[in-house]
Design a protein around this ligand. Structure first.
Ligand code: NAI
Length: 477
């Protein structure tokens, strides 16, 4: 059956690598009807601020799958990258980056049995890009981690492991420091892992994970992690096995999946017929497996391994003395379709089952216990503390503490003299913890603070099921 797939050539070297992919897929015997669409630099320059025309969006809605070259955001056009827009529009929440030693490609890690996949949450976290300058010298970014988003990517990681017959999933977080955001991700991993008893589940702190990826990369099978951590460790992974020219990626959502090389548009070599098409060719292997074309995926993968590992045919990025062009490399891959190697242990691939996450209503008791008010002030900690205590006297609140750059500075802690900025967090609790407080009373209190001090942000302090829904400052009792 002929499948219809959206094809976005992209910018710079995009048309050269995409052409290589089309030739190889065609030669592999899979019939695809390509719906050729535009996105990226050309579209920005035509004046469309998103870089993604309506026709491309409609095509993806129809075909549900795209093969994509790299997209540039030209300086001076639009604010957001077209890649990020595509990701957000189609909620491709799972970025998967296989990291496997490629025979023939020498790296300091070639002797290690590297074969793992980084599954990166691709939508949430700091990538929401919600930022504020709270004072002229203090910037804030919101790290948003949701229960649903975390559950979805974690289930996806286990399902991905099952589809490839992998045995272990590591969840890499910074839950030791970010107890509520990264901690939520870890907690959900622990819950979900119980439903996959055939797969080993481990938690690892992200910095140790980075360390182990270099020292003992063979210990990993699947690593699931939050967006920013995943961004960094997936590039570390590419570096372990030969770099940008060979690293494929898949962005998978409930409805739509987009396959691409990890590298960018490489403007320095665009149009020179010298770009290495290996990364996009490995991406086509991922795409064909996603489409359940297991046989063609295997043939292309084996031909690439034969070309690189047995023939040692390399483009210039992998062998600086080589004159092998992009098209000549592609010819060799096509000629060798059908060759088998024993470089990679065969895996029994199964269709990937995409998880469905239901928003289960949970009964949660909720209590407001206080408020954090963020204040810009040139006062000392002592004078600010005394002033806020005075303001709170006739109110339902008392000042629990003030922190500066997350360290409690009032009441001052014995011997601790942190560097301070002009941004302070004043933490007030209700005097009577059994009392509830109306928004009007809260706003009246904030207004009283505002008479004397410049506040720019507030955060309600809540308890869910009697547990605090906020963290303590360093040194706070
Ligand atoms: P880049 O990946 O395009 O290039 C970095 C260096 O690696 C260059 O020297 C390039 O020649 C080389 N290189 C990359 N891929 C290669 C390959 N397959 N074969 C041989 N050499 C290769 O990164 P850069 O220069 O930071 O980004 C250029 C543009 O691409 C930017 O506008 C960026 O925003 C965009 N970009 C798009 C991505 C996407 O669409 N997924 C991903 C990364 C960057």
């Amino acid at each position: 059956m002929t499948k219809s797939i959206t094809l976005i050539e992209g910018d710079g070297v995009g048309p050269e690598i995409v052409n290589a992919a089309l030739r190889v897929i065609d030669a592999s015997g899979v019939h695809i009807e390509w719906d050729i669409c535009e996105a990226g630099a050309k579209v920005f320059k035509q004046g469309l601020a998103t870089g993604i025309p309506k026709e491309t969006i409609n095509s993806l809605k129809r075909t549900k799958v795209a093969l994509k070259g790299p997209l540039e955001t030209p300086v001076g056009y639009g604010e957001k990258s077209a890649n990020v827009t595509l990701r957000a529009l189609f909620e491709t929440y799972a970025n998967t980056r296989p990291v496997r030693h490629i025979p023939g490609i020498q790296t300091p890690f070639s002797h290690k049995a590297i074969d793992f996949v980084v599954v990166r949450e691709n939508v949430e976290d700091l990538y929401a890009g919600i930022e504020y300058l709270q004072t002229p010298s203090v910037a804030e970014a919101l790290k948003l981690i949701t229960r649903e988003g975390s559950e979805k990517i974690i289930r996806f990681a286990f399902e991905y492991a099952l589809s490839e017959g992998r045995q272990k999933v590591h969840c890499a977080t910074k839950a030791n420091i970010l107890k509520l955001t990264e901690g939520l991700f870890k907690k959900i991993f622990e819950e979900v892992s119980n439903e996959y008893p055939t797969i080993e589940a481990h938690h690892i702190i992200i910095d140790n994970c980075a360390h182990q990826m270099v020292v003992r990369p063979e210990m990993f099978d699947v690593i699931v992690t939050t967006n920013l951590q995943g961004d960094i460790i997936s590039d570390l992974g590419s570096g372990l096995v030969g770099g940008l020219g060979v690293a494929p990626a898949a962005n998978i959502g409930d409805e739509v999946a987009i396959f691409e090389a990890v590298h960018g548009s490489a403007p320095d070599i665009a149009g020179k017929n010298s770009v290495n098409p290996t990364a996009i060719l490995f991406s086509t292997v991922l795409m064909l497996r996603y489409l359940k074309e297991f046989e063609a995926a295997h043939r292309i993968e084996q031909s690439l391994l034969y070309t690189l590992g047995t023939l040692r045919a390399f483009t210039k990025d992998l062998d600086k003395n080589s004159n092998l062009t992009t098209t000549a490399f592609t010819d060799i891959v096509i000629q060798n379709l059908g060759k088998e190697t024993d470089f990679w242990k065969p895996r029994s691939y199964k269709p990937l089952h995409l998880p469905k996450v239901r928003d289960v209503p949970r009964s949660i008791s909720r209590k407001e216990v206080g408020v954090d008010i963020y204040i810009e002030s040139s006062f000392s900690a002592e004078s600010l503390g005394k002033s806020l205590e005075e303001i709170a006297l006739p109110s339902p609140f008392y000042l629990k503490m003030i922190s500066n750059r997350s360290v409690q500075v009032y009441p001052s802690l014995e011997g601790i003299k942190p560097d301070m900025t002009d941004q302070w967090r004043a933490r007030f609790f209700l005097k009577n913890e059994n009392e509830s407080i109306s928004d009007i009373e809260l706003l009246n209190f904030i207004e009283r603070v505002g008479h004397k001090h410049l506040w720019m942000h507030i955060e309600k302090l809540q308890e869910f099921n009697d547990a605090p829904a906020f963290t303590k400052a360093q040194g706070e009792s």
